[in-house]
Design a protein around this ligand. Sequence first.
Ligand code: CP
Length: 307
Amino acid sequence: TNYIVSVDQFSNADVLHFIKLAQAFKHGLTVNLKRPAFAMNLFFENSTRTHTSFEMAERRLGMQVIPFDPKTSSVTKGESLLDTLRTIQAIGVDLAVVRHPQDAYYQPLLDADLPMSLINAGDGSGQHPSQSLLDMLTICEEFGHFDGLKVAIVGDLQHSRVARSNMVLLNQLGAKVYFSGPATWFNDDFGQYGEYLPIDDLVSQVDVMMLLRVQHERLTQTNNEAFDATTYHQRYGLTLARAAKLPAQAIIMHPAPVNRGVEIASDLVESPQSRIFQQMTNGMYMRMAMVSHILVQRGLLDAKTLE
Ligand code: CP
C-alpha cells in the first residue's frame, strides 16, 4: 500500500515484518535510494518524539526533508488539508507524514486517491500506528513473543489513540489485554478487547504495565478544574507501592510525554523495569522500517536491500 493510517491494515505477518525490519536497522542496515526522495512532516498537533524520530528516520534513509510549519502555511488562509497535500504533491513531495487533531482526518485524503504516500502520525483520539508498532517491537524484544502475555493499559483511555491502536494489535497477536483507570474513561468499545479491573488487581500479575498520559488538552475546562493530580495518582496511578508488587519480569511502558507524579511516580520513569526511553529509541528504528516500506512501494528503494 501507498499509505499507513491505521493498525487495522496490519496482519500479524505485517507486524512481525516491521519488527524484523526495525531490528535490522537497529543492527546497522543501511540503504541507498534510487533517486532523490522528499518527505514533509505536517504536524497540526504538538509532538517531540514522533516528529523528531520520523525526521531522523527519513534522513537516515537518505530522504530530503522539506520543512512545514502549519502556523506559517496557507492553512491559515483556509486552505484545506486535502488541498495542502495536493499542493505538496504537485511540487514533488513523495511522502507526507501527518499528525492532526481530527479523528480519521485521513479518510478524505484516501478517498481522493492522491498518488503521494501518507503515514498517519496520530489522528485525534483515533489511531497512532507508528507508536503501536514501536510498542510491539519493545514488547517483542523483551519477551520474544506475544502469546498469553498479560498487558494492562492504564489511564486516560477515552482520549488515547495509543490504547485504541495497541488493544487491536495486542489482541490480534495473542496477548491478554486488561484496562484500568477512571471507569468513566472506559468506553464500551474497549470491552471486546479486554477486561476492566482496578489497578490494584493487576499490578501483581501483569507482564506489561502500560501507563497513559492524562490528556489535559482534550479534557473540558470543567473536568480540568475538577482534576486533582494527587488523588488521581493514589487511585489510578502506578505509585511506588504498587510498582513494588510488579512481577520481577514485568516491564513498565508509557508512550510519553509523561505527567510525572500523576499516572506514574516520577522515580519509576528511570527505574530498571522501565522501558520508556527504549520505546523512544525503538520509535526511530520502527519509523525507518515504515518509511523504507513505503519507499519500496514507490519504487524508490530496491526491496532486496531490506532482506
Ligand atoms: N508518544 C508520542 O506520540 O509523543 P509525541 O507526542 O511527543 O510525538
